[in-house]
Design a binder for this molecule. Sequence first.
Ligand code: IYR
Length: 228
Amino acid sequence: MSEPETIPYTLPRLSDDESVKRARNLAERLKQRRTCRWFSAEPVPRGIIEAAIAAAGSAPSGANHQPWHFAVVTSPEKKQAIREAAEAEERRFYGADGDSPKASAEWLEALADLGTDADKPFLETAPYLIVVFAQRKGGIDEDEVTQNYYVGESVGIACGMLLTTLHEAGLATLTHTPSPMGFLRDVCGRPEWEKPVMIVVAGHPAADATVPAKALIKKPLEQIASWL
Ligand code: IYR
């Protein structure tokens, strides 16, 4: 096999102090991010969404196959269709349709402090629903059909970078995962080899938006990290 072509790689070299300061600053800003369930209908510049998707699209991925697609939904009709299908699934999940809930008692108990229920008005109120799809196959070129690798990991990292950029731009976000969510493939006109992963809801928070106090409690560094 011939040697792959390479190009030089450098980064601007920061002083150690500057480096630590920047890391702490970003950590502080990211700690302000909350999962918001109450959105304003106020429009948001499309440029933010484009930049956030470009950031997500720069994520590392298995074999650099970039196994993701971001379907940006703004049409009121499509948003309504997504809300209706998602709420139908959520009613089954929470048992709000009179049948016994699909969710276990333990799961419902775990969600109690978050105050979630089957109503998902944000799916129609928020200006943008970014539906994230994972591509089980497909290479860099659009018509290429190849095996993809570490798809879940790659798409998860891309979603993190999407959320980070939207937050940095001052938008509220929500990761929403109705289950099952195959209907998103139909609404967004995506092929059967793509798997919907989550809806990233983005917009400004409603003027009276609140977040559950419990969600502010984060595990301390000593608990989430070990130094060996
Ligand atoms: N999809 C449901 C339930 C739900 C599940 C988990 I895990 C959450 O962290 C939050 C909600 C809903 O959106 O209500």
